[in-house]
Design a binder for this molecule. Structure first.
Ligand code: 13P
Ligand code: SF4
Length: 310
């Protein structure tokens, strides 16, 4: 047996194991848009982090298997306290979410006591619990505009926060966090990609640097990108977000072309989940996400306030 056939057989075995465990556990499998292609393919639902967490509210599934990174599985657990949430890989974290801890946030709040704390959903449950309201990359501007305060503490992503600040007259104070995957893309890469594909529309995530966003046609969340590409008459797109998004973009738009702006757009944490690891997690019911009730309830309030507005 050659090695390609061997790998194919292993993947098939893992898929069969996962399908069997999905039945046995009465589980639902969610996969973020940045997951490996083969993980997205077998999921019950794919989408952005909040879409996925909301998808299972009221589900009859006893187990929610979240293929993504920890803060996303936590959001699913915050919104679905009666299901058991498993994170696909024990060590799949988000370095951006980990850039702020509760003590730093409390210090910051003491420094700006009048400000409303707006937390990007890419935060831990504990940070959400310390915040007034959450936002996503799709609704940040709407949330900042809707809260009564004129002063906003925006955590933890400075690039998203800066992008939001350009769309509002409010004072937005930026916490200095960033996503190293998106912040690694530089303006020169956008210029070069445009030279190569002069007809292309450039779509980037608002976690990119300001100078990259300035050169793009639109700054969009992953779900907004998917909708935009589907509705647009354009045929070629340059994409400035994690490479996993190419799979749903190409699947849903077979007559269109999608190219990454940079080969650095790869989130190592998102790629930790393989079919084999997913099967092992489900078999052992590993990586159960638990959140103390007091934190869960406060974090849910911050998410609910966002959902009332957007
Ligand atoms: P979404 O909010 O679009 O799911 O993206 C999450 C993320 O991690 C962006 O880097
Ligand atoms: Fe976190 Fe960036 Fe990875 Fe998104 S792409 S999960 S923000 S590290």
């Amino acid at each position: 047996m050659d090695s390609a056939a061997g790998i194919g057989e292993q993947a098939q075995e893992a898929k069969e194991k996962i399908a069997k465990l999905r039945e046995e556990l009465n589980a639902i499998i969610l996969a973020h848009n940045y997951q490996r292609l083969e993980v997205q393919e077998l999921a019950d639902f794919t989408g952005d982090s909040l879409e996925l967490a909301r998808k299972c509210v009221g589900t009859k599934a006893e187990v929610i298997v979240f293929c993504g990174v920890r803060f996303m599985a936590e959001t699913a657990a915050i919104l679905n306290p009666t299901s058991t949430v498993l994170l696909s890989h024990h060590d799949a974290g988000c370095p951006l979410a980990d850039m702020i801890d509760v003590e730093s946030l409390r210090q910051w709040k003491r420094k700006y006591p009048q400000a409303t704390v707006v937390a990007y959903v890419n935060t831990t449950a504990a940070i959400k619990a310390e915040s007034d309201i959450c936002c996503t990359s799709a609704n940040g501007v709407k949330i900042v505009e809707a809260v009564p305060s004129e002063e906003i503490l925006f955590v933890p992503d400075q690039n998203l926060g800066h992008y939001v600040s350009t769309k509002t007259s409010k004072r937005v104070i930026l916490y200095p966090g960033y996503c190293s995957v998106h912040a690694n893309v530089i303006a020169e890469e956008v210029r070069l990609a445009r030279q190569r594909y002069p007809q292309a529309k450039v779509l980037v995530h608002p976690e990119c640097r300001a100078e990259v966003i300035d050169l793009a046609d639109a700054a969009l969340s992953t779900s907004q990108m998917l909708r935009h590409a589907e509705q647009s008459n354009h045929k070629t797109f340059l994409i400035g977000t994690e490479e996993g998004i190419l799979h749903p973009l190409r699947k849903e738009n077979q007559e269109k072309e999608f190219h990454l702006i940079s080969d650095k757009l790869l989130c190592a944490d998102m790629k930790k989940t393989t079919l084999e690891i997913l099967g092992e997690t489900m078999e052992a019911r590993n990586n159960v996400v638990t959140i103390p009730e007091e934190i869960r309830a406060k974090a849910k309030q911050a998410i609910d306030r966002m959902l009332e507005i957007a």
